[in-house]
Design a protein around this ligand. Structure first.
Ligand SMILES: C[S@@+](CC[C@H](N)C(=O)[O-])C[C@H]1O[C@@H](n2cnc3c(N)ncnc32)[C@H](O)[C@@H]1O
Length: 179
């Protein structure tokens, strides 16, 4: 919880509470947001491609469902979820391939369902090394355009400056509604 910025806690918790249905934490990592949302009374579950993250998540948050899987091809029926949280989980996708997870999110959300995307803000789409793995910063307008192309209506864009010494880069979040 210490690494969670208070503005993010507020944004993610209030967003998830107004989602109508199950909230999927897509690219949940070790599951701290999924666990936080479940503790806040949200019907939340998590998916990540890294088995050790999912093992950890299951151990630390027993009772919350987690599965190993790829957000580019998710093992869920159409219209299963009321919300999808993609919190820094799209940052590693090559911009040429980001349409794939966005199409998956649109497919797995029911019409009217909500998507919350968190990402590093940049002046252009630019690559950088994040925790030794390649990642991309996005201008908000560029990511909003990809979301619209994937069948979403943009509802809100939030930005903030990174305040952690370890993460001084500007952050942004977009809330979009699946049409
Ligand atoms: C920067 S971490 C963010 C983790 C978590 N959402 C958080 O906010 O702490 C990015 C996560 O996305 C996951 N991820 C990236 N691409 C993925 C994919 N194609 N399928 C599933 N998970 C993916 C990574 O394994 C990693 O756990």
């Amino acid at each position: 919880m210490a690494a969670m910025h208070h503005a993010d806690v507020h944004l993610i918790t209030s967003w998830a509470r107004q989602c109508d249905g199950i909230v999927l934490d897509a690219g949940c990592g070790p599951g701290h947001w999924t666990g936080h949302l479940a503790a806040a009374g949200v019907d939340a579950r998590g998916i990540d491609q890294v088995p050790s993250f999912i093992d950890h998540a299951r151990r630390v948050h027993p009772g919350t469902p987690f599965e190993v899987g790829d957000i580019d091809a998710m093992p869920y029926p159409n219209a299963e979820f009321g919300g999808v949280l993609a919190w820094y989980s799209l940052i590693h996708h090559d911009p040429d391939n980001i349409a794939r997870p966005l199409a998956e999110f649109a497919r797995a959300l029911r019409p009217g369902g909500s998507l919350l995307v968190g990402f590093f803000l940049g002046g252009t789409i630019e690559e950088f090394d994040h925790a030794v793995v390649r990642a991309f910063r996005w201008p908000s307008e560029a990511l909003r355009g990809r979301l619209v192309d994937a069948g979403f209506e943009i509802l809100e864009t939030h930005t903030r400056t990174g305040s952690l010494a370890s993460s001084p880069k500007p952050h942004a979040a977009i809330i979009a509604r699946r049409l």
